[in-house]
Design a protein around this ligand. Structure first.
Ligand SMILES: [Zn+2]
Length: 193
């Protein structure tokens, strides 16, 4: 498995060499490692679509996240931060689904939750059709800012979102967290597109 993005890349690797296995696709991205409960298909896909409509997180989903959180290296996180929505978008939907997931995971894991230190200042949620991954990346790069660096400095952050697609969103968010002094930024999502 690629240590950084969590995708399978090799058949058998000795435990002591696992950290050196990389697929190479995310080498420049600011997050330390990303893990997901599974692929964006079937029941996970249905759960994520439902979660965008109704602010209720199924306990089975919380349990899945919790199980994924036990894996290395994300198990060394000491603070949960949900990827923020732009305030306009959150008003439109009525809630931030990443924050709902983060609250549930914080409750089950006992890890502290920080919903206020990272803000989303640029509206980038809707990407134009046909935007390639570089264009998406450029559009999201300045989207985030850290408001309370003191509470981030030295932290091992678990950045939570519903889906990992191009990685552009979590990477931009991870970059500002690293700039604010976070030691590590791990990414945990329900699904991997
Ligand atoms: Zn990888």
């Amino acid at each position: 498995m690629c240590w950084k993005c969590g995708l399978f890349t090799a058949a058998s690797i000795a435990d002591d060499k696992r950290e050196r296995v990389r697929c190479g696709q995310w080498d420049d991205d600011a997050f330390t490692a990303a893990r997901a409960c599974g692929f964006y298909e079937g029941a996970l896909r249905a759960s994520i679509i439902e979660l965008k409509r109704r602010p209720r997180v199924a306990q089975r989903l919380v349990r899945l996240m919790f199980d994924t959180l036990q894996r290395q290296p994300v198990n060394s996180a000491d603070l949960i931060i949900p990827v923020p929505l732009h305030p306009d978008r959150e008003r439109e939907r009525g809630f931030n689904q990443a924050a709902l997931l983060a609250r549930e995971l914080a409750r089950l894991s006992g890890l502290p939750l920080d919903e206020h230190s990272v803000i989303r200042s640029v509206h980038t949620e809707r990407h134009r059709a046909g935007m390639d991954s570089k264009a998406r990346r450029d559009s999201v790069n300045d989207a985030f800012a850290v408001r309370h660096p003191d509470s981030i400095a030295g932290g091992r952050v678990l950045l939570l979102d519903d889906v990992f697609t191009t990685g552009a969103t979590v990477s931009a968010c991870a970059a500002v967290l690293k700039d604010a002094g976070a030691d590590e930024v791990f990414v945990l999502t329900i699904a991997r597109a």
